[in-house]
Design a protein around this ligand. Sequence first.
Ligand SMILES: Nc1ncnc2c1ncn2[C@@H]1O[C@H](COP(=O)(O)OP(=O)(O)OP(=O)(O)O)[C@@H](O)[C@H]1O
Ligand SMILES: [Mg+2]
Length: 363
Amino acid sequence: MPIKRLQISGVRNLQPLSLTPALGVNFIYGENGSGKSSLLEALYILATGKSFRHHLLKPVIQHDMDECVLFSEIDDNRLGNGRLGVRRSRSGDKAIRLNGEALHSQAEASSWLPVQIIEPNTFKLLSGSPQERRQFIDWGVFHVEHSFLDQWREFKKLLQQRNAVLKKQQPDWLDVWDKGFVKAANAVNESRKAYIERLLPVFQHTLSRLDANLDVELSFYPGWERTSNLIDILHKQRERDLQIGHTQSGPQRAELRIKVDKMNAADILSRGQQKAVVAALKLSQGVLFQQETERSTIYLVDDLASELDEKHRFALCQLLEDLKCQVFITSIEHNSISDHWKPKGCKMFHVEQGHVSDKTPLV
Ligand SMILES: Nc1ncnc2c1ncn2[C@@H]1O[C@H](COP(=O)(O)OP(=O)(O)OP(=O)(O)O)[C@@H](O)[C@H]1O
Ligand SMILES: [Mg+2]
């Protein structure tokens, strides 16, 4: 998967740059405000079309610039060589190109660059809305099984149509819509459920390596009570659905429940423990992805030191090294990690007032 070359311009305070990252671990260090997170943010936008720091892209575009342009050369052991470029403008225009051809959906670009981010706000995966956890599940299903995207789009279309019928108070139409809705819902649900079943043992193993004292239980809730058929539930809830104007049950309400001693992990665990659990979740997705596709994930680890003590930092680094994937990891001090951890072929980059320079020691 790794990125062989990366070019960035027009992102936050970063000077236009062209990097040749290591195919393994890249350490990025520099003072507060130098541009380290911005570098990871640019990579994340290239891979997902979104920033991990802001729901809009406008704040990411450099002051006084109209657009940002991101480009990467990718060497994927399954897909081959790819040149992926993205241009996002202040006015909202976007263009994505793969090997010189325009792409019309972000999904195809994302399939070339499966990235996972671990950053100081990462605990939101536990404490945020169920949507965050649905997105987590769907990342895994999408990257392993590309047909999932069509399943999901079909379901979403049917959900919108059903909700429109509910809003227009046309109960007679529901018999027609419900059949298709349930079929699409079951397809999405089966893919998610099967994925979580495969992920569970990998997660438990990963978590035990990261923190042997944490006992966390994951369970998947499909979005309706498992003991009943969705079609029966829709019938039962029809009156209420008509009153509120939307569908109460279905995969749009799915949830990944993350518990410690039968209580929500987010309500019980400390910040550092939450970060360890989220890191274990994200790393286990990378392990499963590798096992099932022979491709690897790119990990972006922003501010490794935040919330994690030395033992956890070291365990996380070890897990990343074992994954043998490309990693971009930031910290303030140049030696805070690299003194203890020297993975083979790693590179060091220093960021100073938006200027990124390669400081890999010559051996
Ligand atoms: N749109 C923008 N245009 C220009 N500069 C910006 C823009 N948005 C933010 N900045 C500046 O970019 C700089 C880099 O921020 P960034 O968050 O990448 O720093 P950092 O190295 O990760 O710092 P820290 O160690 O504190 O996390 C900040 O000084 C910020 O003020
Ligand atoms: Mg930062």
